[in-house]
Write a protein that binds this ligand. Sequence first.
Ligand code: FES
Ligand SMILES: [Fe+2]
Length: 328
Amino acid sequence: MTTTQHDGFATGWYVIATADDLGAQAVLPLRYFGRSLVAFRGASGAARVLDAHCPHLGADLGVGGTVVEDTIRCPFHAWRFDGDGQCVDIPYARSPKIPARACVRAWPVRERNGLVFVWYDGLGRAPSYEIPVIEEHGSPEWTGWTVSKMTIRTQPREIIENVADKGHFPTVHGTHIDEFDNEFVDHMAVQRSAGVAYPRGGGSDRFRLTATYYGPAYQVTVMDSLLPNRLINAHTPIDAHSLHLRFGVMLKRVGPDDKMARYTEAYIHNLQSGFAEDVQVWENKAWRDRPTLCDGDGAIGALRRWYRQFYPAAGAMPGAAAQQEGTT
Ligand code: FES
Ligand SMILES: [Fe+2]
């Protein structure tokens, strides 16, 4: 895989876990953006994300760390850190004064729609947009999310490009497209399409959908088809060469729970097979900064211009090396 013309990672909100992954008192070790992070949920119930390595002697808070009240306790010498990353207790220190530098970076976090997001910005700027609420999430008329997570050896721009890549649907997915258009507004990229999907297991499914990226890495799809559904498609870079892709499905309840469970399973299976078809291409393709396009290709240029906004201006852009752990 050839990587991107952009160094570093795009500024925005990224899904790092589902709310269920981070239950009460949970500690989750994470590896994202070329760094080790730790997520935890303390007594307040709020999800928190910190840099993982303890400022004392460097243990990973996510590996053997435990939640104590609203703090996380380091597995090595039991220093405790609150959700802002401040050390609040050293059990064996002779003076009550905690060293001023005993803190780790706390990441901006949002928990919304049953998902936990962190804000990444290479220049350390505050969030510039918010994640909208999905009204159907939590409604008794809808199932909850069924989320699958894949590790893919590719870079985020390949995933994003699906928004505008009208030409790949028949070839890669066997989907017939009747209508297709894109709209790019501020931090949102919208794809509206309609057509007929031919699931690999047989049959056909007429669909109409609106898929919206809110920022560079989190897409929500509102789809009318055989089963009205909501999808999330969220990618989060592990490092410059690999990412996690989370794919979630919610279905409108049209029957009892066991029936919905079967529907959801079959539906997820279909969608996962669809993604697997993309993955094979993504993991083996080269990135073209200057692709040779034809007039039927869709708004790939406009999509790339839209995506560029999530990178700090050239010159201020952190280099790939600066993205390595501990250097920013
Ligand atoms: S390394 Fe964390 S308390 Fe010592
Ligand atoms: Fe695709």
